[in-house]
Write a protein that binds this ligand. Sequence first.
Ligand SMILES: C[S@@+](CC[C@H](N)C(=O)[O-])C[C@H]1O[C@@H](n2cnc3c(N)ncnc32)[C@H](O)[C@@H]1O
Ligand code: SF4
Length: 384
Amino acid sequence: MTMSGNSFGIYVHWPFCLSKCPYCDFNSHVRHATIDEARFLRAFTTELATTAARAPGRTVSTIFFGGGTPSLMQPATVGAILDAIAGHWTIAPDIEVTLEANPTSVEATRFRGYRAAGVNRVSLGVQALDDVALKELGRMHSTQEALAAVAVARDNFERFSFDLIYARPGQTLAAWAAELKAAIAQAGEHLSLYQLTIEQETPFAALHAAGKLITPDDDSARALYDTTQEVCAAAGLPAYEISNHARPGAECRHNLVYWRGHEYAGVGPGAHGRLDVDGTRYATATEKRPEAWLMRVETNGHGVVTDEALSSEQMADEFLLMGLRLAEGIDPARYTRLAGRPLNPRRIAVLHEEGAVETTPSGRLRVTLSGFPVLDAVVADLAA
Ligand SMILES: C[S@@+](CC[C@H](N)C(=O)[O-])C[C@H]1O[C@@H](n2cnc3c(N)ncnc32)[C@H](O)[C@@H]1O
Ligand code: SF4
């Protein structure tokens, strides 16, 4: 039993940034020499062909260019990757093609080109609408520049989203509520709102350990989270996932592919995929270092370094971990099919009593608003 559904997504990773933000542990690299984009394009094309040979006949419903900073790519490169995808698979008529962009003025000048290349949605890393905070986050743009990029996105794309990071050092509830309202006034149909996470081995982790960067304690973080939910829901942008808000129907369909446990291919350095081949689900991951990935693709036709057949237990755990992030929750019957056994009713009963989960009238199991801040513990409990 695999987890395949009708949706098939393709994730394309562009691993370069102009500078490294001190909080970020994504697979992003800064290079002082010029990047040989033509060589990367050839490698992307090769890896797509190898992936298509392994997973042929799919209809692609979503494509996501993530990073790193994909808005550093030339529109022609993005267009050529989209052409390569269309050469291997059927493209759904209503395909969603998202590109992550940094909101600088230089990048905004490329938006029209991305639109012409076939991108129909952008996700902008605004991060804050506060110049002091943007500096502290090591960002290269100002609030004004970010808002100008949002305006260009609005002019070129019917669908756009932007990201903000909250629970930043010293951020008060009142300041965040005001910033969020200002953001909503500029937002379209979708916002991603992430609590600042101190990731290991980043400059922020060192500052945090040295007591020089103090993040809100659990109670303050909880209050910030609750305010986020209230302000967004009141503005018609309820959370459909723990950190993602959208007008109903405007959810990011690519991310739903992950959270609903559907099939997706990952190409580019450090990209992950879940492919269903001959009734077995494989978890794939490619070499993370860009130049090493290039050499592997040029030698072997792909950069895959991890290719693991998932057991039914692993598939069931992953289904819980991803599905319970969603406001719609999970279908317990699908868990039973994957795991070969149902969820433990006693554990569900205890979580029900604690108010951490609820069962919808249609029988879906979902995490409640008060359960979301302790989601990891809820998932661990159910999966045990
Ligand atoms: C791959 S990154 C962003 C893409 C783009 N390069 C940018 O920075 O605008 C995706 C998003 O993850 C969020 N993010 C990254 N590191 C984070 C952290 N340590 N805590 C919270 N959010 C984080 C940021 O909001 C960021 O926009
Ligand atoms: S947050 Fe974005 S721009 Fe900053 S290093 Fe990470 S991927 Fe690059």
